[in-house]
Design a protein around this ligand. Structure first.
Ligand code: UDX
Length: 436
């Protein structure tokens, strides 16, 4: 099939590449000429495991092309994916200007039937708006379909190629059949393509993300309470998660959720609710708890360092909002670093992928270490913000010898409490007892 993807951000790039992988001819459109040139030369603009291999293979096979020309894209595709940004407006709602501007262009330019697919996370009612904007100018038939994307950064390729489900919001039989044909290679294992109306599809994405953010936040509150009463959240987590109604996943407490989706989508749903005269009380609480959770380790670090972190060297392992990505959007590490810098601490940081992005934001205010152990050399404390695999089994003896004070503040509960005790560390984690 001939596919056009407008917008080569995270979702657009993965969508375009993975659709080319099943034999479709894909043209990706982006207004950023520099980025398009790089992609034409085979450079993947983001770090995402396995994407580079698929990218190269499909470019070489001439199935994946890039252009800055929307006209060229619209000429090419029978299915036009909109994978455009929907940034957070000042009031927390999703800004639809990119989506609606491109829709207007589509209305003016298409000459034959197209299925326009909303892939971006958009508020309920957006498909209807897109439909109207295109219809105002269109001279041919078209359908608008809502097809939210559920992929996770770090697992995006796998999530796209082997989705647990595909949600399609469509009220046109013709468009539904086209979407089913497009996605059938991805659900050969029997996972469903769930067809529903456009509004329900749009809400499904927000509801799923808000639910997961709530699940994590609930565990963060249980963890905080565990600390008060001397219970161990790891044990509670396993005890709860083995109930299949609850499930084992997304129950890991820590220093809060971040990323490009959860924070933005939870706020957008809250705002959309209030616009429709509905007050999502649970989402107010989720936002508030998550904000506080990001710096939950700060008072502990301060207390340990004699209530004065100024001039102290603190090493930080893990800066990305989660492992296997260089994405730092809304990463809890940002909040910890800002707070510690404000208090005069010297920070020596290391992350396997996110250092260039952090450098752009923090400039000379941090020391950028070349390795995890370079960061901890002479440190008064180690703070862990992201659970990259390489941090899971460090050389504890080396750490102990290198550090001025062997103290670890672990925002991701990486280590076993008994090990920390026998290794002789002062160890603070989330929802578990403190080891002195
Ligand atoms: C999320 C959704 O999972 C995905 O379906 C949607 O399409 C986009 O948003 P992503 O933001 O890539 O994906 O990351 P995810 O793995 O879901 O993690 C989100 C945040 O929650 C991270 O900050 C992570 O550290 C945190 N998290 C996750 C926890 O704190 N505890 C957990 O148990 C799971």
């Amino acid at each position: 099939m001939k596919i056009t993807v407008v917008g080569t951000g995270y979702v657009g790039l993965v969508t375009g590449t993975c659709l080319a992988e099943t034999g479709n001819e894909v043209v990706c459109v982006d207004i950023d000429a520099e980025k398009v040139l790089k992609m034409q030369n085979g450079v993947v603009p983001i770090y995402e495991p396995h994407l580079d291999v698929l990218f190269e293979r499909n470019i070489n096979a001439d199935r994946l092309k890039f252009t800055t020309s929307l006209d060229e894209g619209l000429e090419h595709g029978e299915i036009i994916f909109l994978a455009l940004p929907t940034p957070e407006d000042e009031d927390g709602s999703a800004d639809l200007s990119y989506v609606l501007n491109v829709s207007e262009e589509i209305g003016k330019k298409i000459k034959t039937y197209k299925v326009i697919v909303d892939k971006s996370t958009v508020p309920v009612g957006t498909a209807e708006k897109v439909q109207k904007v295109i219809a105002a100018n269109a001279v041919c038939d078209f359908d608008v379909v809502s097809n939210p994307e559920f992929l996770r950064e770090g697992f995006a390729v796998d999530d796209f190629l082997k989705p647990e489900r595909i949600v399609v919001g469509s009220s046109s039989e013709k468009a539904t059949k086209i979407m089913q044909k497009l996605y059938s290679p991805f659900v050969r294992s029997g996972n469903p393509i769930i067809i529903m109306d456009e509004k329900s599809a749009e809400l499904t994405k927000y509801a799923a993300n808000a639910f997961l953010a709530t699940k994590i936040t609930f565990m963060n509150e249980i963890a905080n309470y565990c600390e008060k009463v001397g219970a161990d959240v790891d044990k509670v987590r396993v005890g709860m998660g083995t109930d299949s109604r609850i499930g084992k996943r997304f129950l890991f407490p820590g220093i809060g959720y971040g990323g490009s989706c959860f924070p933005k989508d939870v706020k957008a749903l809250q705002k959309a609710g209030s616009d429709s005269d509905y007050d999502f009380k649970i989402l107010d609480a989720v936002i508030e708890v998550n904000d506080t959770q990001k710096t939950t380790l700060l008072p502990k670090i301060e207390a340990y360092l004699d209530n004065d972190v100024s001039g102290k060297k603190i090493a930080i392992w893990g800066l990305a909002f989660k492992p296997e990505t260089d994405d730092i959007r809304e990463a809890p590490s940002l909040y910890m670093m800002k707070a510690l810098l404000d208090k005069g601490a010297h920070l020596s940081v290391f992350d396997p992928e996110a250092m260039p992005n952090i450098k752009k934001m923090f400039g000379d205010s941090l020391n950028y270490a070349n390795s995890m152990y370079e960061a901890t050399e002479g440190a008064d404390s180690l703070l862990i913000c992201t659970e990259w695999s390489i941090f899971r089994t460090p050389n504890f003896q080396k750490l102990r010898e290198q550090m001025i004070r062997p103290a670890i503040f672990d925002g991701r509960n990486l280590y076993n409490l008994d090990d920390m005790e026998s290794e002789g560390f002062t160890y603070f984690s989330v929802g578990r007892k403190q080891i002195n």
